[in-house]
Design a protein around this ligand. Sequence first.
Ligand code: PGA
Length: 252
Amino acid sequence: MRKKIVAGNWKMNKTFLEAEELVAQVAEALEKRKLDNKAVVLCPPFPYLELTTDIAKESKFQVGAQNVYPEDNGAYTGEVSPPMLESMEVEYCIIGHSERRKYFAENHDFLARKLDALLKHNIIPIFCCGEVLSERKAKKHFKVVETQLNESLFHLKKDEVSNVVIAYEPVWAIGTGVNATAEEAQEMHAFIRGLVAKKYSKKLSEEISILYGGSCNAKNAKELFSNPDVDGGLIGGASLKSEDFLAIVDAL
Ligand code: PGA
């Protein structure tokens, strides 16, 4: 069955004490909730992963990293490897986020390597894709997303891709307060699912989770998530306050 997921991408926010407080608030609130087929994932900055996985052991959420380097170990100063994440019981990792593509020049090949490295260590990649505003205005958004999937994701075998979560994040919606409309999100998610069906199988396309990200908040989450091909959200700004984040979890 297709999993419903709300993942909080904290980005580069929170001090240690603030992080501790937010994780504790989310953990406590989830105690009272029945999650059934829903997964709640917190993706704090690296220094707070241990704190978060410790609390997660006694709670109902899972933990994701925001980045990884695609080698097991070695002379890569400042980087963090998949075996390190695996050994800390980190279950998910965001890759292909537009901020990493833009500020850290991460290209298709590098992201393909990250996918391989994560899957080798049983970590579920949350693979982000999405177009910038000029590409949407030029009506190239489908082509852009198709290329991102072709170049970084579709080299995987069927049994590998079934362990990947896709997040459609139109770059013009990230952190802008302007979310994609429910129709725009549904249209792209259905397109992505169609590509997965064409490349792999209809069955696999029905099982893969496709999240929406980009100014998803407590107000618009319900409408976005009510679409048949939107299986949850990757939440930035609204994941930094427990009430907002939990309202989004409740909208799923
Ligand atoms: P936002 O970010 O919710 O703040 O728009 C989403 C993301 O970048 O994952």
